[in-house]
Design a protein around this ligand. Sequence first.
Ligand code: SF4
Ligand code: F3S
Ligand code: FES
Length: 237
Amino acid sequence: MEVKLRIRRFNPEKDQKPYWGEYTLTDVEPTDSVLELLNRVKWEQDGTLTLRRSCAHGVCGSDAMRINGRNRLACTTLLQAIDASKVIQIEPILGLKVIKDLVTDFEAFFEHYRSVMPYFVPATPVPSNGRERYQSQADRARFDDTTKCILCACCTTSCPSFWASGQYVGPAAIVNAHRFIFDSRDGATNQRLNILAEPDGVWRCRTIFNCTPACPREIEVTRAIGEVKLAIQQGAR
Ligand code: SF4
Ligand code: F3S
Ligand code: FES
C-alpha cells in the first residue's frame, strides 16, 4: 500500500521557522512501524531528516514523537494501529527545545529526573552475613509498576502543566521517585517527599491524565502521582 507522511522539519542553522515536509512511500505493509517509514524517508528520499532512535524495540526510549497528535514511540507504533488511510502527521514531542527536525533537547527533562534522587539510598548497612537485603513479595509489588519506566518523556511532554511551566518536575520524574519512595529498603523517602512537596513538585499536577495513556510501558502514571501526593499529605511512610 501507499502512505503519505507529513513531517515537521526544522534546521535552526538554515530555517527561519519550522515547516511541513511531505513524503510518499509505496510498498508499505500494515505491520511496518512508523520508525521503519521514517528510516525509509531518510535512506531513500532525504538524508537530512534527523531523528533519534536506537533499539527499535520499545526498550531504549529514544524515539518518542507526536504521531497523529499523540505521543508514541515510533518503533512500537505499527501502521495497522493508526489511521494510515489519511496523511500521517509526525512532529517532535512538545515542551522541549527542538534541536533539529524530530530531535529535542532532553537536558531539562533529565535535570528534573536527577532532582528527585532516582537512585537507591540504603536504609540499613550491608547485612553482616553478606546476603542481600530481603524484601517481601508484597513490598516488592508496591513499586513494581514504576520500575518499568524507560525515560522516553512521552508522559512529561504530553502534560499541559509541563507545557505551561517547564519548571514543573513532570510525571516521569515523579514516577522514578515513586519507584524508590515505596521501596521498603530505601532510607531517603522523606528527602524525596520534601523535594516533591516544593511548588514545582507534585502539586503542579492538576490530574489532567494525559500522561497515563501516553506511556508506552502502560505505567499507571497518574495513579503513581496520586500515591506520592497522598504520602506527602500523610507525612513520611
Ligand atoms: Fe516514558 Fe512511561 Fe517513563 Fe513516562 S513513565 S518516561 S511515558 S516510560
Ligand atoms: Fe500532567 Fe498527568 Fe498530572 S498529564 S497534570 S502529570 S495527571
Ligand atoms: Fe528504542 Fe524506540 S528506538 S524505544
